[in-house]
Design a protein around this ligand. Structure first.
Ligand code: PHE
Length: 357
């Protein structure tokens, strides 16, 4: 084997030994680099005669081409090996079942609440939100339910370990009725009205009617198939100069027929008692068809707003009159979705909840 052949053989061996492209490029430098063996041979040709240059140059070139070809082969082999390695690392098992992203959905009580909001908004009612931790004055006293009044025991209230400015403990609101006072007072102020309930000074100007619903969480010490310590109510209030029980009836009937998407139901008012309404009534509904056909079901408390409550709103009961109602949202959701145990709403069982997705 002449020198050129042994250089080519050495290059092949070196290239084969390179297992990464960095090694391969180093090996290349030994032969084709600035002071590589082939390059050195070419430099040495300067001393040769023209004839020798011709033959020697041609053989060096052949050797150089052989080395470059070997280099190219090895480069390709390494690139392929690299690609194979990558493909193996990212191997896809196309026979695996897909990963399904769980589809979330609104809770049935939220669905019912949104439905209620939409229906009342379409009748021109504002939708208001208020605090769940409430002062004694807003929860009771302002609603004509003074301390030590026996009507306070209609609701077994949760109290908070903190006293309000009035020296009485805060509570988890047992109903949404405090929103009657909160919203009405804010409404009067919003329309430039001035009043001072404590001093008995009432608003004397003009204002647009108050027409609002206030849905939200409420709390009572109560727990069975139809009562949960946390539940939902929607308060309704319409106060103006000429608002009567007949408006309550037509509004509530429109609401309930839209909510259940049927005209085949009846509404009845059953005399009742609430400190903040006079007269007061429970609203019962009866479906004329379907599985609940013929049964009277209680869905709401209601009544004409008591004059003392009108006064606590900062308004003159000689001029302003209206109605209020407070309905159980969970109860309405139970009827709409045929759920017979209220507690299932709040257990968080996905098998139940996903039926509403
Ligand atoms: N707040 C009453 C309750 O929780 C319901 C009600 C609201 C009654 C408004 C009359 C007027 O039972």
């Amino acid at each position: 084997m002449n020198e050129l052949q042994s250089i080519v053989a050495a290059a092949r061996t070196a290239f084969e030994a390179a297992s990464a492209s960095a090694d391969l490029e180093n090996a290349k430098a030994q032969f084709l680099g600035k002071s590589g063996r082939i390059t050195e041979l070419m430099k040495g040709m300067a001393a040769l005669s023209v004839e020798e240059k011709k033959t020697q140059g041609a053989s060096i070139n052949v050797a150089k081409q052989d080395i470059e070809a070997a280099l190219q082969d090895r480069r390709q082999a390494l690139a392929e090996a690299q690609l194979q390695k990558q493909l193996q690392a990212q191997a896809l098992d196309v026979s695996l079942p897909g990963r399904v992203r769980g589809q979330g959905s609104l809770h049935p009580v939220s669905l019912a609440q949104e439905r209620i909001e939409r229906i009342f908004a379409s009748m021109g009612f504002d939708v208001a939100d208020g605090p769940e931790i409430e002062s004694d004055w807003f929860s009771f006293t302002s609603l004509n339910n003074p301390p030590n009044h026996p009507a306070r025991s209609m609701q077994d209230t949760f109290y908070i370990d903190t006293k309000g400015a009035d020296g009485v403990y805060y509570n988890l609101r047992p109903h949404t009725s405090p929103m009657q006072i909160r919203y009405a007072q804010a409404h009067v102020r919003k329309h430039g009205g001035d009043f001072d309930v404590a001093a008995g000074r009432l608003f004397s100007g003009d204002m647009p009617e108050i027409r609002v619903i206030a849905p939200g969480r409420t709390f009572r010490v109560d727990s069975d198939a139809t009562h949960s310590p946390m539940f939902h109510q929607v308060e309704g209030l319409w106060v103006g100069e000429d608002i009567s029980f007949k408006d309550l009836k037509s509004v509530y009937l429109s609401f309930i027929t839209s909510f259940f998407e049927t005209d085949a139901l009846q509404l009845r008012f059953r005399p009742s008692y609430f400190p903040f309404t006079e007269p007061s009534a429970e609203i019962d509904i009866m479906f004329e068809t379907g599985p609940l056909q013929g049964k009277w079901l209680e869905v709401s408390g209601s009544g004409q707003v008591h004059p003392q409550v009108i006064r606590n709103m900062g308004l003159d009961p000689e001029r302003y009159i209206g109605f209020a109602f407070g309905s159980g949202i969970d109860r309405l959701a139970m009827l709409r979705y045929s759920v017979n145990d209220l507690r299932i709403f709040f257990e968080g069982d996905v098998r139940f909840l996903s039926q509403f997705a």
